[in-house]
Design a protein around this ligand. Structure first.
Ligand SMILES: [Zn+2]
Length: 417
C-alpha cells in the first residue's frame, strides 16, 4: 500500500451512534439506534488531485480496495459553465447532464457497480423508474453482470426502453408502489442479488461518490456562497453537502456553502421538515407520506426509502433554504436553459433554474455572491411536452427572404420567464 492511500481500512459505521456495521452485506438500520450505516471518510484526509479530470482521480476518497479496477464510462469531470444571462449575482451551472448516461446518478452507480465486482457479485438489482435505472443498466453492461430493474406497472414504457436496450431486464410490477420495495426485499444478497439503489439504506457505498461533485466545484472555483440542488430522493444534495463538509473539516476548504433544496410545488417536504424542526428518519418519512401532488418532474417524486432526513439536516446546518417550484416554472427554466445557455436539461433538473430565478426575484442572494446550480439530468431522456413553434413546413422554391422573415417573426416569441 502506497503512502497516498487511506491509512485506515474501510470502515462502515452507524451515522448516529457510531456502531461498526461489521462485514457486508450490512443491515439496513443500526440494531442499537435505528441509525443508517455510512462509509466513514478516510482519515487522515488524502490530498486532493492536482488536476482532476474525472471521478476516479478522487479514488483515495472513495471506499474501494487499493487493487480494485473501477468500472467506468468516464463519469465526473463535468463542466462548470458561467451563465450567459443577466443575474444580480454570479451564477455558474455544474452540468451533471454531461455524464455518460445523462445524469448525476452515473457517479454513485459507477461506484456501486465497481463495488459489486470487488465483492464478487454477478447480479445487480435496482428499484427505480428514472436516472438510477438507466445508469444501473449501462454500468452493469460495462461490468458484464446481469441487471434487473423493478418499476410499478404504470411507468411509461418510453422511460424503460433505453434501460432494456442496455440488456437490463425490466420488471413492471402489477401492484401499488410498495410492491416494488417488497420485490426488492425478496431479491437480496442471500440469493446472490446486489442491491444498487441510490439511497443510503439500500447501498451504503454509492453515497460516497456524490461527494466528488463538491470536490470538483471547490477545486474549480473555491467555495461558492450558495449551491442550488433539485431534490427527489435527496441523495444528491446530501452527498454534495457531505463533500463540502469533509473538505472544510480537513482544512481543504475555508467553509461550506448555503444549500438550497428544490422540490415540486406541493412536495416541499424539506420546507415542512425545517418548519417543524423535524430531522429524524421516521419523522421525515411521515412528512413524506403526507405530501402528495401531481408533477411532470418525475425524478423529484420522493418515496419513503429516501435520504430526505439527511437533506433536511444538511440544509438546516448550512443555513440554507427549501424552495418549491411548479411545473410551469420548471418548463420556463428548461426553455431558458436551452435558448440562453445552450443546455438541454430535463424538467426535474430545470427546476434548479426556476429556483434560481426565484432567488433573484426575491433578493435573497446578495449582489456579488456566487451561486452554483446543479443541472442533474439531460433533456433528451424525457419526451418533449410541447415542441416550440420553430419547425416550418415550406415549399421547395421558398425564397431566401421568406426564410429570413420566418426567423425574424419567430424571434419575437419571447422565451418564457
Ligand atoms: Zn446506531
Amino acid at each position: 500500500m502506497s503512502a497516498a492511500l487511506p491509512a485506515a481500512p474501510l470502515q462502515v459505521l452507524c451515522d448516529q451512534c457510531g456502531r461498526d456495521a461489521g462485514t457486508w452485506p450490512f443491515a439496513a438500520r443500526c440494531p442499537d439506534c435505528t441509525g443508517i450505516f455510512m462509509v466513514r471518510p478516510p482519515e487522515p484526509a488524502p490530498p486532493l488531485p492536482a488536476s482532476p479530470r474525472g471521478m476516479w482521480d478522487y479514488r483515495d476518497w472513495l471506499p474501494i480496495a487499493p487493487g480494485t479496477t473501477p468500472v467506468t464510462l468516464g463519469e465526473g469531470g463535468t463542466p462548470l459553465l458561467r451563465s450567459r444571462a443577466d443575474w444580480p449575482f454570479e451564477l455558474a451551472f455544474k452540468v451533471e447532464s454531461a455524464n455518460p448516461t445523462g445524469s448525476q446518478k452515473d457517479r454513485p452507480m459507477a461506484l456501486a457497480i465497481t463495488k459489486a465486482l470487488e465483492l464478487g457479485q454477478k447480479r445487480a438489482v435496482v428499484a427505480s423508474t428514472g436516472s438510477a435505472a438507466l445508469a444501473c443498466a449501462a454500468y452493469s453492461a460495462r461490468a458484464g453482470i446481469d441487471c434487473a430493474i423493478l418499476v410499478p406497472a404504470d411507468t411509461p414504457r418510453a422511460r424503460l426502453g433505453p434501460a432494456a436496450f442496455f440488456g437490463a431486464h425490466v420488471f413492471a410490477i402489477d401492484g401499488p408502489f410498495s410492491a416494488t420495495a417488497e420485490l426488492l426485499g425478496r431479491l437480496g444478497p442471500e440469493r446472490g442479488w446486489y442491491r444498487a439503489s441510490t439511497n443510503r439504506r439500500t447501498n451504503t457505498f454509492q453515497a460516497a461518490a456524490t461527494r466528488t461533485i463538491a470536490f470538483e466545484i471547490v477545486q474549480a472555483m473555491g467555495v461558492p456562497d450558495w449551491v442550488v440542488v433539485p431534490v427527489g430522493g435527496g441523495g444528491t444534495l446530501a452527498g454534495i453537502w457531505r463533500g463540502f463538509a469533509e473538505l472544510a473539516a480537513a482544512g481543504l476548504a475555508p467553509r461550506v456553502p448555503r444549500l438550497v433544496s428544490v422540490q415540486p410545488a406541493g412536495l416541499n417536504i424539506i420546507g415542512a421538515a425545517l418548519a417543524a424542526e423535524e430531522f429524524s428518519e421516521d419523522g421525515v418519512a411521515a412528512l413524506t407520506a403526507r405530501h402528495e401532488a401531481a408533477t411532470m418532474m418525475v425524478n423529484l417524486r420522493a418515496n419513503r426509502m429516501s435520504d430526505l432526513a439527511d437533506v433536511a439536516r444538511a440544509v438546516h446546518r448550512s443555513g440554507g433554504l427549501a424552495l418549491e417550484v411548479g411545473d410551469d416554472a420548471a418548463l420556463a427554466g428548461q426553455r431558458r436553459l436551452a435558448c440562453e445557455e445552450g443546455l438541454w436539461i430535463e424538467s426535474s433538473g430545470a427546476a434548479c433554474h426556476a429556483a434560481i430565478a426565484r432567488l433573484a426575484a426575491d433578493g435573497v442572494v446578495a449582489r456579488g455572491e456566487r451561486v452554483v446550480g446543479i443541472l442533474t439530468g439531460a433533456g433528451w431522456r424525457e419526451e418533449l411536452g410541447a415542441v416550440p413553434a420553430r419547425i416550418h413546413d415550406v415549399p421547395r422554391d421558398i425564397a431566401a427572404e421568406a426564410v429570413e422573415r420566418l426567423i425574424a417573426d419567430t424571434r419575437t416569441d419571447p422565451v418564457p420567464n
